[in-house]
Write a protein that binds this ligand. Structure first.
Ligand SMILES: Nc1ncnc2c1ncn2[C@@H]1O[C@H](COP(=O)(O)OP(=O)(O)O)[C@@H](O)[C@H]1O
Ligand SMILES: O=C(O)C1=C[C@@H](OP(=O)(O)O)[C@@H](O)[C@H](O)C1
Ligand SMILES: [Mg+2]
Length: 189
């Protein structure tokens, strides 16, 4: 069955085999933050959201960082924060990145070297519906979200597809995507 739920014993078995951080990459609104939190709780490991860490380090929200300093400054901070978070010494955890993080060559290199990257993808209609729930994404403020997401998804696809694990997030609850990720990791390991 495609959406079969894993048993607790299966999840524990998979958890024991994971020895590196799991890093979720993919478009904004696809559900990296929501699915990542669920995945971490299933695995019993810490969850970290890179965007939250950037906001904490800067004492500013992401829209404020973009408005005051611009995107290149945000990307510099994002690169530093992710390099610190994807640290082998601190081991098992789930890290949700912001949608642009994996596009940066240095950030991508660090993630591919030290972590297990999981690309979550959806169709653009689903992304538009999900980003519509919050107005905290500066890249969507100056234009039509459908057009912007369509363009970014095409531009970013060649980078995202370098992640070794790909999971499609369709119109099912976020817990289903978390279980799909665990099954994909189990097959890949
Ligand atoms: N199946 C689903 N998987 C993930 N998120 C979903 C799902 N269905 C609805 N959502 C909603 O879509 C939004 C996804 O946003 P978020 O997790 O912040 O994505 P990202 O971190 O990738 O930008 C949240 O408001 C979440 O509640
Ligand atoms: O795609 C992007 O470039 C961005 C995605 C956002 O994170 P989410 O993917 O969690 O929405 C956040 O990092 C910032 O607004 C930029
Ligand atoms: Mg997020």
């Amino acid at each position: 069955m495609e959406h079969e739920t894993l048993s607790g014993a299966d999840i524990q078995r998979i958890a024991r085999r994971i020895d590196r951080p799991l890093v979720l990459v993919g478009m904004m609104g696809v559900g990296k933050t929501t699915v990542g939190r669920k995945l971490a709780s299933l695995l019993g490991v810490p969850f970290i959201d890179a965007d939250e860490e950037i906001e904490r380090a800067a004492h500013m929200t992401i829209p404020e960082i973009f408005a005051q300093y611009g995107e290149p400054y945000f990307r510099d901070g994002e690169r530093r924060v992710i390099a610190r978070l994807v640290d082998v010494v601190t081991g098992r955890k789930v890290l949700a990145t912001g949608g642009g993080a994996f596009v940066d060559p240095e950030t991508r290199r660090i993630i591919l070297e030290r972590a297990i990257a999981v690309w979550i993808d959806s169709d653009v209609e689903t992304l538009v519906e999900r980003v519509g729930r919050k107005d905290n994404r500066p890249l969507l403020r100056n234009g039509n979200p459908h057009e912007i997401l369509t363009r970014l998804r095409i531009e970013r696809q060649p980078h995202y597809c370098q992640a070794p694990i790909h999971v499609h997030s369709g119109p099912h609850p976020h817990a289903v995507t978390a279980h799909k990720i665990l099954k994909a990791i189990d097959e890949w390991l």
